[in-house]
Design a protein around this ligand. Structure first.
Ligand code: ASP
Ligand code: MG
Length: 417
């Protein structure tokens, strides 16, 4: 099971999560937790300040205060174990903000991974305090990755061994295993992360390697929705869909599931359930091999903060394969994922998410070879199983910067009015 930060933004949320863990703890259970609330964003901000050489005290104490206030509300008495664990984590976080790293991405992973360390420590101690037989296993000891910081790839064979040796015996002895999502370690033991919102993927990795009966992602919405309910009041739950369709939706940015989550489950035919944490009587969305329902519902996915960048050669000659190779190389080096692209004779247009850490390097690398123009603040709308009516209602009279259509999918890049 995986619990996201949105469910655990306060003490009542954490209690509810632990009730669910208790309810399902009669069967072998691994629980993957994400950082509490928006902690990862707060840590990213702190990291940004670290890079800029700005004062870090305020941001650090803000994070500390938030966690300690939740702890005070959860526990009538904070025992020594928990106090030591938290003290140590905050000390380590503070040292990591004053450490030297071989590159900025390594620093990012080290700093940002503390969100999950903190949440798992709190949840583990709370489960113990309500007498649930449980063990906390640090993800850095089980999820082994390469050293591609911020987007590390899993070393499956090594991870399989650590799961067998560290998790299986605990499950066999009837314990609920708690671990951190999103985080792993490279072969030198350095913290790595597997991409923002990656805890779902952690759950899928562990599910795959344990040959789990099922993986459940608990949500504060009824299931996988066909649109973001915060934007579309008529959003509906999708009852079932195939792995393939789920991969497509996640790829286009349906934020409910991390894009890498599905493949490891599909490989072992393990069903994925997306369930509302506030009501276990409601039917979850189930994601399996069954594709009979895939084209029934239109899904709308919106990505904010998109940049549209047009790249041309400085002498306005054709954009040829050699140039494209160079351009992709710059994107890969600057760890920037392309959401949509299109080329014409003299320019190549690319749409990607604005990232204040990665954008400056990307632009300066491109500018040394190419002429570039860009627009910021755009939104990318993807509709699966589209109809003309849906497109018309979404676009209205807004300017469309880029459009791509296939039989099932349309993508539109527009500026929100
Ligand atoms: N806490 C991490 C993030 O917010 C990982 C996750 O939530 O899955 O990106
Ligand atoms: Mg999170």
């Amino acid at each position: 099971m995986k619990f996201g930060g949105g469910l655990m933004d306060n003490a009542p949320g954490i209690k509810k999560v632990t009730e669910l863990i208790e309810e399902f703890s009669c069967e072998p259970l691994v629980v993957v937790v994400s950082a509490l609330g928006k902690t990862t964003n707060a840590l990213e901000k702190l990291y940004q300040q670290y890079l800029n050489g700005e004062p870090l005290e305020d941001g650090f104490f803000e994070i500390k205060k938030k966690h300690l206030s939740i702890v005070t509300q959860l526990f009538s008495k904070v025992d020594d174990d928990l106090r030591n664990c938290l003290d140590q984590l905050f000390e380590q976080l503070w040292s990591s903000l004053n450490a030297k790293y071989s590159n900025k991405y390594e620093a990012y992973d080290c700093i940002v991974s503390f969100g999950e360390e903190l949440s798992s420590c709190i949840i583990y101690h709370y489960l113990k305090s309500i007498n649930i037989k449980t063990n906390l296993v640090n993800a850095k000891c089980i999820i082994k990755t390469d050293s591609n910081f911020t987007n590390a790839s899993v070393n499956w064979s090594y991870t399989s061994k650590t799961i067998d040796s560290r998790i299986v015996p605990l499950l066999e002895s009837g314990k609920v295993v708690i671990t951190q999502g999103f985080v792993g370690a490279d072969k030198f033991g350095k913290s790595t992360t597997i991409g923002r919102e990656g805890s779902d993927f952690t759950a899928a990795i562990i599910g795959n390697l344990l040959n789990a009966d099922e993986v459940t992602i608990w949500k504060n919405v009824p299931g996988l929705m066909n649109a973001d309910p915060a934007r579309f009041s008529n959003a509906v739950k999708i009852d079932k869909l195939s792995y393939h369709e789920a991969i497509e939706l996640a790829y286009y940015g349906a934020s409910v599931i991390h894009p890498k989550t599905i493949q490891p489950l599909k490989q072992k035919n393990i069903p994925l359930f997306v369930r509302p944490y506030y009501n276990t009587d409601l039917l979850p969305t189930s994601i399996t091999n069954d594709s009979s329902n895939d084209s029934v519902t239109s899904s709308i996915i919106i990505k904010d903060n998109q940049v549209l960048l047009s790249i041309s050669t400085k002498d306005l000659s054709f954009i040829a394969e050699e140039n494209l190779k160079q351009i992709f190389d710059v994107f890969s080096r600057n760890k920037t994922h392309i959401n949509m692209m299109q080329n014409s004779a003299v320019s190549f247009s690319v749409c990607f998410k604005e990232d204040s850490v990665k954008l400056p390097g990307l632009l300066s690398d491109l500018q040394s070879e190419f002429a570039i123009k860009y627009n910021k603040g755009l939104i990318l709308i993807t509709v699966r199983n589209y109809t003309d009516d849906i497109i018309a209602s979404l676009v209205g009279n807004k300017k469309v910067y880029l459009e791509q259509k296939s039989r099932v999918t349309v993508q539109l890049l527009i500026r929100e009015s």
